[in-house]
Design a protein around this ligand. Structure first.
Ligand code: SF4
Length: 468
């Protein structure tokens, strides 16, 4: 099942980040830095596998990148010029040591380390078939399904085996997830976001295309495109919330996209007020756009405490209940007597929004209007994002007026789906061929949900480093 009850349980959660580098003497150290930049994509576990030309060495552990890779000793135990790494936010397979990626396997053609970002939507079905044919699984992560498909493929070359395996999986990366190619002197890098290139001073080369396999070896980079052309359907939530604002995704600056969404929201849902206040940090760029378009002052009416430890607020429901106060505090000097427009990126269960609104009212706000820079999230995600089940999504349970009452605001508005597409430079949502995956708003799932239809909910794909 998709996991839900987390410290920040009122947001959709990105599930993983990947980083791979080929051709650098400090491969493991640079991978650790890259993972550090991708920490927002997963905080439950981190791992690196490096290859020194004769053998693979791995270090994996629960917790943050800094918890696992801040000591020189650990990095020294990962020699070699090739490395891949992973940060994980588990959605499939429990959080256990055996599920922490990258996974490593010995094949007849050599060793192979693999990690990926996204969900396979037919992994349970494939796993069942593989177990029937004698495969022994070491983990409950569906990444291992890809490993077994490669192992049992009858093709000759590594790339053909991989292609064969990928033809059988259905799901995330190739249609909805980001991956970019970068370069640092003679080294090549593949990673989830451009911010992981920036941290090591690497240059962005290009986005990896849907259906493309990038092969990096001694001869440089080459690509094969063995799969039928499919139109890209990137997860639109990358622009709304998941990606770091300083990343560039498919040629769009995430920060600028968020500001444009805020402007569009101000045009669609204006309201008389005194100040525009972001729910930090995720609501900041959209609130800047909203304020600019509406001509109202942008004020930091809520201050976020950046030093609250995750482990401190995670353990119990009661502590989780306290979470918002621990993380945010209302700035009374700015809010008292004001008509406030609060801007946030999404409402999932509505629990966090309710507490924030209460806090803003307690600080003396005269009116509180909420504006949300995504359409209402009415459907769960099956492609690698941790979401609650449908009956827990506020927008699936209530209409707009009921939601406003639940949260306790004077007015509530979400950006429309067409408005979101306009902010992304489209004329609106093309119903026959939408440019993005927007299934959690529209219920129009671009990839078949084999496991979900089968009563199972599943998961994942993306970076595979073959160093055999
Ligand atoms: S369903 Fe929503 S969160 Fe999931 S990939 Fe599609 S747009 Fe992104």
């Amino acid at each position: 099942m998709l996991t839900t009850g987390r410290a920040d349980a009122d947001h959709f959660h990105e599930e993983c980040g990947v980083f791979g580098i080929h051709g650098h003497p400090d491969a493991a150290a640079l991978t650790a830095l890259g993972l550090h930049a991708l920490q927002h994509r997963g905080q439950e576990a981190a791992g690196i596998v490096a290859y020194d030309g004769s053998q693979f060495n791995a270090h994996r552990g629960p917790g943050l990148v800094g918890d696992n890779f801040s000591s020189r000793d650990v990095i020294d135990r990962l020699p070699g010029t090739v490395a891949i790494g992973h940060v994980r936010y588990a959605t499939t397979g429990e959080v256990a040591q055996r599920n922490i990626q990258p996974l490593f396997a010995d094949f007849e053609f050599g060793g192979l380390a693999i990690c990926h970002n996204g969900n396979l939507t037919n992994s349970y079905q494939l796993r069942r078939q593989l177990v029937r044919r004698g495969s022994l699984f070491q983990s409950t992560s569906d990444t291992e399904v890809i490993v077994h498909l490669i192992a049992t493929s009858l093709k000759d070359t590594v790339v053909d085996r991989l292609t064969d395996a990928l033809r059988q999986v259905e799901g995330a990366y190739s249609l909805v997830r980001p991956l970019v190619l970068g370069r640092l002197a003679d080294a090549w890098i593949v990673t989830s976001e451009t911010c992981a290139l920036d941290i090591i001073g690497a240059e962005f080369v290009r986005d990896v295309e849907p259906g493309e396999i990038v092969i990096i070896g001694a001869g440089g980079v080459r690509s094969v495109r063995p799969f039928a052309d499919t139109p890209p359907r990137l997860c639109v939530f990358e622009y709304i919330y998941f990606a770091r604002p300083d990343s560039v995704v498919e040629g769009h600056s995430v920060y600028e996209a968020r500001k444009r969404i805020g402007r569009e929201l101000a045009r669609e849902a204006p309201v008389e007020a005194d100040i525009v206040v972001p729910v930090p940090d995720s609501g900041v760029p959209a609130a800047l756009g909203y304020a600019a378009e509406s001509g109202l002052p942008f004020e930091l009416g809520i201050i976020r405490n950046h030093y609250v430890g995750r482990t401190f607020i995670e353990p119990t429901d009661q502590i989780r209940h306290l979470g918002v106060r621990l993380k945010h505090n209302a700035n009374r000097a700015d809010l008292e007597g004001k008509r406030v427009i609060l801007v946030d990126d999404s409402i999932v269960r509505g629990t966090t929004s309710t507490k924030i609104v209460e806090m803003v009212r307690n600080a003396g706000a005269r009116e509180v209007h909420m504006r949300i820079s995504s359409p209402p999230t009415r459907f769960p995600c099956f492609y690698g994002i941790a979401t609650p089940s449908r009956d827990q999504l506020l927008a699936a349970r209530f209409d707009l007026e009921q939601m406003a009452r639940f949260i306790g605001v004077d007015s509530l508005a979400f950006i429309s789906t067409d408005g979101l597409y306009r902010a992304m430079g489209e004329a609106g949502r093309d119903k026959l061929a939408p440019r993005f995956c927007d299934a959690c708003f529209t219920g129009d799932y671009p990839i078949p949900l084999a496991d979900a239809d089968d009563g199972k909910v599943s998961v994942q794909l993306s970076l595979l480093a073959d160093t055999a």
